[in-house]
Write a protein that binds this ligand. Structure first.
Ligand code: 4AD
Ligand code: MG
Length: 432
């Protein structure tokens, strides 16, 4: 057998004979010619079987196997601008590895429930492959961004003894003789310990919310990136968030044009994701809602529809800061000039994609933090270690959390968050 090469490396083998291995994506025949589209995960290649170039046996074989059968094919690489991927293989030999049963996902339209039931196979489609490749590029951009700015990656625990983001969305479990434990909602509290040890850290891991909402923005298991920085105040936090988002979006635009095209993404909408991002206070955001005819009462949280109205005013992500403290988490520092608002920031994506980042400056005063823990009815003994961070050399510090799948959904321009993660977990789904 000749050298096995991947489709995305065919440009280095023009004129040579090589072997490709993969699955049958599509086929058609026309007289003495058979056209097999092979996919191998790195790309798609049309393999042309001409009756005069192969044995009788291989010619028969090439028309006989079905969609998603695995096979290997040998032939000469030639440039062909009109063909998918820009290259073609003039087949000289072909071998079936495993002939597939009738494949359940056909080119006809399937309902979404059918497709998610077959998620393990649906992942093979062109669209899903494009989304997964963009996801991978986004993850790399995120890591490159923080790694090149002296942040240390720190992994927080997944099993935790207490809530971080409110008790209503906790997944609970029995933890041996120690009572209840919970799946983490956020690595932040541990990230704060890390920032006091390492200066600037980021966490990157799975987080869990027993979300009872059935929306296109909610998963019960999602991945979060949470930078936490000692000596950062709210403004520094916002500067970092906008630099970060610009970097990630521009990296994807630079390297993933082909995949964005598969998704039919209007990339002009992403090109303008450049600093500076607009910054509006919660008060100003409420004014935007009123101006648009929404009957909104100061003090309420924004719903998805409100977020869309606010973000529609801008062509790039908007940072909304200083929310009412009453609707925000216990750890957020209050504005020293205005106690009723917290030094919080949410970043809302454009085009109605909603909140992608939530963050804040943290309460660094021991007594005030203790007060908040009591106000929020949280068990103080579980927070003693967290209070230690204020007892021993407390400093101003800030951070934020980015929901990876929300970011992917927006960048890919897709309808629903379920396509942004390989195997989505939602209130009504935990399979396959
Ligand atoms: O706004 P949240 O709840 O903030 C925190 O968890 C903070 N502890 C972060 C921090 O300051 N370190 O969540 C942060 C982000 C949201 O903006 C959203 O993008 C995403 O996490 N998110 C979800 N994504 C998918 N499904 C869900 N159910 C989500 N809940 C939050
Ligand atoms: Mg939030």
């Amino acid at each position: 057998m000749l050298k096995h090469v991947y489709i995305n490396k065919l440009s280095q083998h023009v004129g040579e004979e090589v072997t490709l291995k993969g699955w049958l994506y599509n086929k058609r025949a026309s007289g003495k010619l058979k056209f097999l589209i092979l996919r191998d995960g790195s790309g798609y290649c049309q393999c042309v079987v001409f009756k005069g170039n192969v044995s009788e046996e291989v010619f028969e074989l090439s028309g006989s196997f079905s969609q998603e059968s695995s096979f290997q094919v040998t032939g000469k690489v030639k440039e062909e601008a009109r063909s998918v991927g820009g290259y073609e293989l003039d087949v000289t030999d072909l071998k079936i590895i495993s002939s597939a049963e009738e494949y359940p996902i056909t080119p006809k339209d399937h309902g979404i429930e059918f497709l998610i039931d077959h998620r393990h196979l649906w992942l093979r489609s062109k669209r899903q492959v494009a989304i997964m490749k963009i996801r991978h590029r986004i993850v790399k951009a995120i890591r490159d961004f923080f790694d090149s700015r002296d942040f240390t990656l720190m992994d927080p625990p997944i099993i935790t003894p207490n809530a971080c983001e409110g008790t209503s969305t906790l997944f609970e479990m029995d933890y041996f003789d120690l009572g209840k434990a919970y799946l983490t909602q956020s690595g932040q509290l541990y990230g704060e310990a890390g920032a006091m040890a390492l200066g600037k850290i980021y966490t990157f891991g799975p987080t869990f919310r027993a979300e009872k909402s059935k929306t296109r923005r909610h998963l019960t298991e999602f991945w979060m990136i949470e930078p936490e920085m000692a000596f950062y105040e709210l403004e520094d936090n916002m500067d970092l968030a906008e630099e970060f988002l610009e970097y990630v979006v521009q990296s994807v635009l630079k390297d993933k044009q082909e995949e964005l095209e598969v998704l039919g993404r209007d990339t002009s909408k992403l090109e303008c994701v450049k600093r500076p991002f607009p910054r509006v206070s919660y008060d100003e955001a409420v004014e935007i809602l009123k101006k648009n005819g929404v009957d909104f009462e100061w003090g309420n949280d924004f719903g998805g529809g409100d977020e869309t109205i606010i973000s529609n005013e801008f062509d790039r992500p908007v940072m909304v800061h200083r929310y009412p403290s009453a609707i925000k988490a216990f750890y957020m520092k209050r504005d020293p000039e205005r106690d009723e608002v917290a030094l919080a920031v949410d970043v809302l994506a454009p085009e109605g994609y909603g909140e992608i980042i939530g963050g804040s400056q943290r309460e660094d005063n021991m007594d005030l933090l203790l007060e908040r823990i009591k106000e929020h009815d949280l068990p103080q003994d579980f927070f003693e270690w967290y209070l230690d961070l204020r007892r021993y050399g407390s400093v101003p510090h800030s951070g934020f959390g980015l929901g990876l799948e929300r970011l992917i959904t927006w960048i890919c321009g897709i309808e629903h968050i379920r396509e942004a993660i390989p195997f989505p977990r939602m209130i009504y789904r935990n399979t396959p």
